[in-house]
Design a protein around this ligand. Structure first.
Ligand code: URA
Length: 225
């Protein structure tokens, strides 16, 4: 008698399915962010595309001096197809405004370009991308950096720092500092704006927001330097 495979067995099997060569090279010859964004729409480099609504690619001018890298799209970004448009995005925007950084003049993207979540009733709860997912998606981040060639990259939180530097970084200890990669790219370390949103105590929240603003003012001073 034929047996029905369990959901776990199916998930395991799905992870084993090799990614076809054509999907691993999609976007390799992209010569603009527009072409890369188009190619990334069908990305199957990891399994996160299965449950997400769409690929959320980076946004901003290809001539940007600075690239900001977050973790992954959230619920609202997944639906809108744009990075940092939800609650963390609003915190990011208001802090950039206070630091007099024009968001329209910088490029904003994520280390992982599909929303990873756990369904809980009608809600979709953010779930952290794992090392394999970060590594698989690094291909697209490298492509964006290669095309834009920024003077500075800002890692917003641990996932972005891990993707950009290839190793775990103690973000709270290193925030405000610049690490130069072997290829000469300067990576500024700071927190993810969602950290501020998670703080309940108003005084602590204000203090963390002020520290984040201080970091963004440092970025502003480094822009074009
Ligand atoms: N958090 C991120 O890291 N990126 C987004 O685009 C939104 C929330």
């Amino acid at each position: 008698m034929a047996t029905t495979p369990s959901t776990t067995a199916l998930a395991r099997e799905a992870r084993r399915v090799p990614v076809p060569e054509s999907e691993l090279t999609a976007g390799a010859d992209a010569t603009s962010i527009g072409e890369a964004r188009e190619a990334a729409k069908g990305c199957h480099r990891c399994q996160l595309w299965r449950n997400a609504t769409q690929t959320v690619f980076g946004e901003g001018p290809e001539t940007a001096d600075v690239v900001f890298v977050g973790e992954q799209p959230g619920d609202q970004e997944d639906l809108a197809g744009k990075p940092f448009v939800g609650p963390a995005g609003r915190m990011f925007d208001s802090t950039l405004d206070d630091a007099e950084i024009n968001r329209r003049k910088v490029y904003v993207t994520n280390a992982v370009k599909h929303f990873k979540f756990e369904p809980r009733g009608k809600r979709r709860i953010h779930s952290k991308p794992n090392a394999g997912e970060i590594q698989a998606c690094r291909w697209w981040l490298d492509k964006e950096l290669d095309l834009i060639k920024p003077n500075l990259v800002v890692a917003l939180g641990a996932t972005a720092a891990q993707s950009l530097l290839g190793k775990a970084v103690a973000v709270l200890k290193m925030r405000g500092e610049v690490i130069e990669r072997e290829d000469g790219l300067r990576v500024f370390i700071t927190i993810h704006p969602s950290l501020i949103l998670r703080i309940r105590e108003p005084a602590d929240k204000d203090a963390e927001r002020a520290r984040f603003l201080q970091d963004m003012r440092k970025v502003k001073r480094m822009m074009g330097a």
